[in-house]
Design a binder for this molecule. Structure first.
Ligand SMILES: Cc1cc2nc3c(=O)[nH]c(=O)nc-3n(C[C@H](O)[C@H](O)[C@H](O)COP(=O)(O)OP(=O)(O)OC[C@H]3O[C@@H](n4cnc5c(N)ncnc54)[C@H](O)[C@@H]3O)c2cc1C
Length: 201
């Protein structure tokens, strides 16, 4: 069964007359709407209630609203926070990210030590296409900048694995996660060989 889309229970006021203020954790997409593929599913609301909130005129006392004086604002309240995720749900930013990193690191782990010019060109195309096609727009534009700052090393699997690990670590850092060791032994254990205790064999 598909997870339900969020329901906005308001009179659908025109976007120009209201300020939609999503709860923390939601990401607004390029179209100005809450963006599912840019947001972690655990932050994605179900059974959302939207209610109009009066905004005081600019010369009124009280907190200054970041909107046109007298306009209506819409407060969105999540009424159901129970985790709901089946394997058939569309991906959120985390599921997509995990799957993409898995693909990229595994592809790097199996990339030839001495790639042919065609293999190098193909790998370059793959990396450069990613920010143009990746559906999480803010992830894509960030990654694009990083790739421009650090041109991909497609000279062989060691260089590529390390380059990719460093780019992934930049995202980890941005998200407040721990850095991963980019030593080739560590990368091969995670993405190719598995641990020496045989637990993944
Ligand atoms: C190109 C790209 C850009 C992204 N940008 C954003 C963004 O801007 N904002 C956002 O919220 N999310 C972004 N994501 C998603 C984010 O990076 C994570 O994938 C997501 O948060 C899920 O994280 P996770 O903790 O499950 O592990 P992931 O970060 O998905 O990592 C998966 C596994 O890879 C291994 N690993 C971790 N770090 C490294 C590394 N440096 N090298 C090798 N292996 C490693 C670990 O074993 C980990 O469990 C992006 C994803 C991609 C592919």
């Amino acid at each position: 069964m598909q997870p339900p889309e969020p329901q906005y229970e308001d009179a659908k006021p025109s976007p120009s007359s209201v300020q939609r203020k999503p709860p923390p954790g939601w990401v607004i997409g390029p179209d100005g709407k809450p963006c599912k593929i840019c947001t972690a599913f655990r932050n994605w609301p179900r059974n959302v209630k939207a209610s109009k909130v009066a905004v005081p005129a600019s010369d009124s006392p009280g907190p200054a609203p970041a909107t046109v004086a007298g306009a209506a604002a819409v407060a969105l309240t999540q009424t159901d926070t129970t985790p709901l995720r089946s394997d058939n749900c569309p991906p959120d930013v985390e599921v997509l990210g995990r799957a993409t990193w898995t693909f990229l690191h595994t592809t790097a782990a199996y990339y030839p030590e001495k790639p042919t010019p065609t293999q190098r060109a193909n790998m370059l195309s793959l990396i450069r296409a990613l920010p143009m096609l990746y559906p999480c727009s803010h992830c894509a534009s960030d990654f694009d900048e990083r790739v421009k700052e650090h041109p991909p090393n497609v000279s062989g699997r060691l260089g590529l694995s390390k380059w990719l690990c460093e780019r992934h670590n930049e995202v980890n850092e941005k998200l407040g996660k721990e850095k991963f060791s980019c030593a080739i032994g560590n990368l091969d254990e995670r993405w190719k060989d598995g641990p020496s205790d045989g637990s993944c064999d």
